[in-house]
Ligand binder design. Structure first.
Ligand SMILES: [Zn+2]
Length: 314
């Protein structure tokens, strides 16, 4: 059985998994992400792969930034990366094996499609609700990354022209309502304006310094008005976006993942389905909205699937 390495490069950690042909993780290794550029990241990956039980035949990598043909462009969360890096080639030389590189959100969606909540779908959208909002597409049974690798940026679809400020510099993006960073800013503004909420008490009780998904889930559980209002607004924004994607692409499945999905479960997927419904021109009962199944692993499992494909086309 061939083993492939699936690598998830995050802003904080690099995770490497040894994945078999059934998409099961058989071994794993993890270390912090070096902050001194792509060469150091490649060297760290080489070290991590050397620690695995067996040497993989190929490797796939998910990178938090735009990727086109193995070239990574200005990844916002990786420090000291130049504007453009041919990271695929760099890592292929360092590892001496076939390597394929993809955007982390696209790769995560691929993971859910091959081994998780997206199995059996032919037209799938994966939505990741985290600090930001990411996405990935499968169209007609193939992962779809667009002409220049930029497809799947669900979080930057506009749902309110001239709306809330987004981290990307534009206004009214889905991420400006449904990304945890934006939601946290709304809380700050509301509480500074005299709004009553226990959300900071919940955060402190949990010993966190940020409003994590667990803090949001607890605040919803306690019927905190502000938290409920902001999560409803997030769901509404994602629903409008999903409705528009449905009209354009006629999907059969939407997979919702990320911290909030893990905490709220299928209820979140159901709420998003309900929020999307008024915007869908041709409603159907056989479109399914489900939460991601792979926990922390869609990134490494999807990356391994990319690596397997790199081996086939070699
Ligand atoms: Zn944006």
């Amino acid at each position: 059985m061939a083993l492939t390495a699936g690598i998830d490069v995050g802003g904080t950690n690099i995770e490497v998994a040894l994945v078999d042909d059934d998409h099961s993780v058989v071994d794993r290794a993890k270390h912090t992400t070096p902050t001194d550029g792509p060469g150091a990241v490649a060297a760290r990956i080489v070290e991590l792969i050397a620690k695995l039980d067996e040497r993989p035949s190929a490797a796939g990598v998910g990178i938090p930034g735009p990727v086109n043909g193995g070239v990574v462009t200005r990844p916002p969360n990786l420090r000291n990366w130049p504007d453009e890096v041919a990271f695929g080639g760099l890592l292929r030389d360092a590892l001496d094996m076939p390597v394929e590189v993809g955007n982390d959100a696209n790769v995560g969606a691929l993971g859910e499609w091959v081994a998780g909540a997206g199995r059996g779908s032919r037209f799938m959208l994966g939505v990741w609700m985290g600090t930001g909002v990411g996405g990935g597409l499968v169209l007609d049974g193939r992962p779809y990354t667009g002409a220049f690798g930029g497809a799947g940026e669900f979080g930057h679809m506009i749902v309110h022209q001239g709306g809330a400020q987004c981290g990307c510099g534009r206004r009214g993006c889905i991420e400006a309502y449904a990304g945890r960073a934006s939601m946290e800013r709304f809380v700050e503004i509301a509480i500074a304006g005299g709004r009553d909420s226990d959300i900071y008490v919940i955060r402190d009780d949990k010993g966190k310094d940020r409003l994590t998904s667990a803090v949001w889930a607890k605040a919803l559980d306690e019927d905190d008005d502000l938290a409920t209002e902001l999560v409803d607004e997030a769901i509404e924004a994602v629903g409008i976006g999903v409705g528009s994607v449905m009209n354009l692409l006629d999907l059969d499945r939407v997979v919702i993942g990320g911290g909030l999905a893990e905490k709220l479960g299928q209820d979140l997927a159901d709420d998003i389905a309900a929020a999307a419904e008024p915007w869908v021109l041709v409603p159907r009962d056989d479109r399914t909205f489900v939460v991601a199944e792979l926990g922390d692993d869609p990134g490494v499992i999807g990356a391994a699937a990319l690596g397997r494909a790199a081996m086939l086309v070699r």
